[in-house]
Design a protein around this ligand. Structure first.
Ligand code: 8YV
Length: 328
């Protein structure tokens, strides 16, 4: 199939350079508006496209896949996480799914570290005082945070991003602990000076900081449920740069309000933009609008990955970043 003829539908505005390159290579339909595509428009796009390029704001479930046209052969997700796509059903219908792993690892890990620092050193509170013109000058007891060095960091999900968080945290003098489906190779554990915990419960109960770095799958949904959150030390904080669904947001909010957990740094939320309003009222949280991978460089590289996946597929080969249900 010559790829010039392939019709590609992109559901969101992408960086200009990515859109330009796609226009040169494919018969591409781009969006003018930068809003999530409505479900009926998405269904329509899936009927007329050979290849769909969605993002996290498109939920491609069984219902939509059932309406897809025979033409649709590849869903080349602009994003690493694929929990917005029913990969299993897509596969059953002969539709391949690819993603963009690897290129947002370092940026996301930077943001996890930024959240840890912001929380522990109370940066948003300091900023708020300065912006309100309320600074009365230095005081020995003002805005005291906790020292980051020496604290125990428990990383939940020690894939590429988890390991990148570990490298950064180690440089800040933190002690690295982790829980993962699979234990890391000994040489990586040695390099990161990381302690493996087979029992997530035991790890959670002993950490000063928890960082969520696992993908959202049926088995990680609410992995940090009310029972596990209760195991955290009252002085501990939790950061999440992965997916909101891994934490029971309502339970977390309750415990932050009651002081059972000291703080939370969140870049992602259980129900997208529908954030628990009580969470927004709290002082001991740092809330960001899912910007962990939002660098110009990262977005350009994500675009390149999408293009390579499409081109490789069009050339009759397996896309390099093919997602197979067994990986999930
Ligand atoms: C992306 C992300 O920006 O790639 C991911 O999995 O979480 C984000 O940082 C987003 O998913 C784009 O679709």
């Amino acid at each position: 199939m010559p790829f010039e003829r392939l019709s590609v539908v992109v559901t969101r505005r992408l960086p200009e350079a990515v859109e330009t390159r796609m226009t040169e290579l494919f018969n591409v339909e781009l969006r003018d508006e930068d809003t999530p595509m409505a479900r009926d428009a998405l269904a329509e796009a899936m009927r007329r496209a050979d290849i769909l390029v969605p993002t996290i704001t498109d939920t491609i479930d069984q219902g939509l896949l059932a309406q897809a046209g025979d033409k649709l052969k590849l869903i080349a997700n602009f994003g690493a996480g694929v929990d917005n796509i029913d990969v299993q059903t897509a596969r059953q219908r002969g539709i391949l799914v690819s993603n963009t792993p690897g290129v947002l690892t370092e940026d996301t890990a930077d943001m996890a570290m930024a959240l840890i620092l912001a929380l522990m050193r109370r940066i948003p509170e300091g900023l708020a005082i300065m912006q309100a013109g309320n600074w009365a000058g230095w005081a020995p007891t003002a805005l005291l945070g906790g020292r980051v060095g020496g604290r125990r960091l428990g990383i939940l999900g020690m894939g590429r991003i988890g390991q990148a968080v570990a490298r950064r945290a180690k440089a800040f003098g933190m002690q690295i602990h982790y829980h993962n489906r699979k234990r890391l190779r000994p040489e990586i554990e040695t390099e990161l000076e990381a302690t493996y915990w087979d029992s997530l419960d035991q790890m959670v109960s002993r950490m000063d900081v928890i960082s969520i770095n696992c993908p959202h799958t049926p088995s990680t949904f609410h992995l940090m449920n009310a029972r596990r959150l209760k195991l955290m030390k009252p002085s501990a904080v939790i950061v999440n740069t992965s997916r909101g669904e891994v934490i029971d947001e309502n339970a977390l909010t309750r415990m932050l309000r009651s002081g059972e957990i000291a703080g939370a740094g969140l870049d992602v939320y259980e129900n997208g933009t529908g954030i628990n309003p009580r969470l927004r009222e709290l002082q001991n949280v740092v809330l960001l609008p899912h910007m962990g991978s939002a660098t110009r460089e990262g977005r350009a590289e994500m675009g390149e990955k999408v293009i390579i996946n499409i081109k490789t597929f069009a050339d009759g080969h397996r896309p390099p970043d093919l997602v197979v249900p067994a990986m999930l």
